[in-house]
Design a protein around this ligand. Structure first.
Ligand SMILES: [Fe+2]
Length: 275
């Protein structure tokens, strides 16, 4: 019996098993393009892996959200205590992230987390039963140390669709978001990286590449490293299977919102995220 368990465990760690898991998993995604009429965004996400648009919110809308969320964010920065959930509180790298921000501001919920065009686009691109699993509010300030997400990385081999909204002006010194256009597509280099991610997960590279590796992939596959600067109110939508990173914040501050979408198709992943 022990021998059988051992063989089963070995198989579950094999590349053959992983290929099968991926095939079964991917067959379950049935995008629903009829859910959206935002075709410019949908077409560009399919083609490049991301879409961004300035002035998604007006300065007045941004200010009313900021007015409502500032106290929670400052309290969290100073005390590490959030009323909604544990977050990421890392003063060493000046990173303060509340993972369940829904409910902290009515304006934020109605203008962003419950935004129908964004939610419909997630369904159109990913799958009919796509759901938001993280509603994030994040502040970064200048820090000497780098954080993990400053390396080019993919978030998962499973579908993860993300919406980010800048609540402050983000120019180069504030650490803009970077996406490697085209890297969301299937390509042979991904398999080893995705297998590593699946086997080692949090104890491994977590989908991260060293910058030289990312540059080589750009050269070989024609990916375009795109730095997305923008005024407060800029929206970014992206397929998080593609390579992306944050640049370092050198000056001022960067406050962003994030709505992360996934499906419940994978039980193991679901247990990890929602368990
Ligand atoms: Fe990421």
């Amino acid at each position: 019996m022990k021998m059988l368990d051992h063989l089963r465990d070995k198989y579950r760690e094999s590349q053959m098993f992983f290929r099968r898991l991926q095939r079964i998993h991917y067959a379950q995604y049935v995008p629903n393009p009829a859910a959206t009429d935002w075709n410019v965004a949908l077409d560009q996400i399919r083609d490049k892996g991301f879409f961004s648009t300035p002035d998604f919110l007006t300065p007045q809308q941004v200010n009313s959200i900021l007015g409502e969320i500032r106290p929670s964010l400052e309290t969290y920065r100073q005390t590490g205590v959030t009323v909604t959930d544990v977050g990421t509180h890392e003063p060493d790298i000046e990173l303060y992230r509340i993972r369940r921000a829904r409910g902290l501001s009515r304006q934020m919920d109605s203008l962003f987390f419950d935004n129908e065009p964004i939610n419909n686009l997630a369904e159109a691109y990913v799958c009919r039963d796509v759901r938001s699993y993280i509603t994030m509010l994040e502040m970064r300030k200048p820090a000497m140390e780098l954080s993990d997400e400053m390396l080019p990385h993919f978030d998962d081999w499973r579908h993860r669709f993300k919406a980010l909204l800048y609540l402050t002006d983000v120019d180069l010194p504030q650490g803009p978001f970077v996406y490697f256009a085209g890297s969301h597509r299937q390509a042979p280099w991904r398999f080893e990286e995705e297998f590593d991610y699946e086997i080692h997960h949090r104890n491994g590279k977590q989908g991260a590449l060293v910058p030289g590796q990312a540059r080589a992939l750009c050269r070989d596959h024609g990916y375009e490293e795109t730095v997305i600067t923008g005024r407060a109110g800029t929206l970014i939508l992206f397929d998080a299977r593609g390579l992306h990173n944050a640049k370092q914040t050198f000056r001022g501050e960067r406050i962003i919102l994030g709505n992360y979408f996934a499906t419940f198709k994978d039980r193991k992943w679901k247990a990890k995220q929602f368990g």
